[in-house]
Design a protein around this ligand. Structure first.
Ligand SMILES: Nc1nc2c(ncn2[C@@H]2O[C@H](COP(=O)(O)OP(=O)(O)OP(=O)(O)O)[C@@H](O)[C@H]2O)c(=O)[nH]1
Length: 281
């Protein structure tokens, strides 16, 4: 995971770098996390790439609620943005992506005698799967995961099929910080460090959301008879079921908090989406 500390100077630099790169490309692929399609968008992304053909990849669709992902695809399409679900781990959706890119590329070269490469770049907030998508598209382990604070050492173009080229370094954008709900969503999904809140509090917040929106999954995963009134009670029941008890019969909130967060992030509780288009403006 990327642990960049965003500060105004850094944001300005990143913005400038992306704007420079934008001049070189024909289209931008914005990767977002299908579980949190709004929270995982950069606040100025639309302004930043204005005028460039854009595609949204709802990545990690294997972890998200399939029917809600469909709603999100429609939501973005209604805004005039091509959007579709992908799973960069299995490659699901990659054919669709290439089909759309090829038609965009053909469109660009239609009246040209000399065919020009169709150039692309990938952008997104940390941990949404940008490098995984680059690897999928090139079919190689070319992109590295880890800290890359927005610095490119000379531009490298990765060759894709059908005369398409991809900038080897994705643009890592800052997330929206202002809204506490967004901060929580990003932390639940591992896009920012857990230190936003302590692990037990973060997990309790998540349990509250799951008990409200996906009670059946929560009950099944943690073998609960019923969900309780409060997130804390649910968390304590889950801790008991999982044996997270300290000497003196005290609940080990730290351990159960870690377990719930890890299981959510790994998709073990089920396919869950934390935002739906009905809630958005
Ligand atoms: N389940 C699931 N995990 C994925 C998917 N795509 C990527 N991941 C995982 O998500 C994590 C982040 O993926 P990266 O490709 O490193 O994401 P990134 O956006 O390049 O991350 P930064 O370098 O931090 O900006 C890794 O552990 C990947 O294995 C997906 O479609 N499904």
């Amino acid at each position: 995971m990327n642990n960049i500390n965003w500060y105004p100077g850094h944001m300005k630099k990143t913005r400038e770098l992306i704007q420079q790169n934008l001049k070189l490309v024909d289209a931008v692929i914005e990767v977002i996390d299908a579980r949190i399609p709004l929270s995982s968008r950069n606040p100025i992304i639309d302004e930043l790439i204005k005028g460039k053909p854009q595609l949204i990849v709802l990545n990690k669709s294997d972890l998200a609620d399939g029917s809600v992902s469909k709603e999100w695809e429609n939501y973005f399409r209604q805004k005039g943005i091509r959007a579709f679900s992908m799973n960069c781990m299995s490659g699901l959706g990659i054919k669709n992506l290439f089909r759309i890119l090829e038609s965009m590329s053909e469109e660009k070269n239609r009246d040209r005698f000399m065919q020009k490469p169709f150039r692309l770049m990938i952008v997104g907030v940390p941990n949404v799967g940008k490098s995984s998508l680059i690897n999928r598209m090139t079919g190689k382990k070319s992109a590295q995961t880890g800290d890359r604070p927005g610095v490119t050492k000379g531009k490298q173009w990765l060759k894709l099929k059908n005369n398409m080229q991809l900038l080897d370094t994705p643009g890592i954008l800052w997330p929206k910080f202002e809204d506490p709900k967004v901060g929580l969503d990003l932390a639940f999904c591992g896009c920012i460090k857990d230190e936003v809140l302590d692990v037990p509090t973060l997990a309790m917040e998540l349990i509250g959301i799951l008990a409200e929106n996906y009670p059946q999954m929560l009950k099944e995963r943690y073998k609960l008879e019923e969900t309780a009134e409060t997130p804390l009670e649910n968390m304590e029941s889950i801790a008991v079921k999982r044996g997270c008890i300290l000497p003196g019969k005290r609940i080990d909130y730290e351990r159960i908090g870690r377990i719930v967060l890890d299981e959510f992030r790994g998709g073990k509780i089920g396919r869950i989406t934390l935002e739906n288009p009905g809630q958005s403006k």
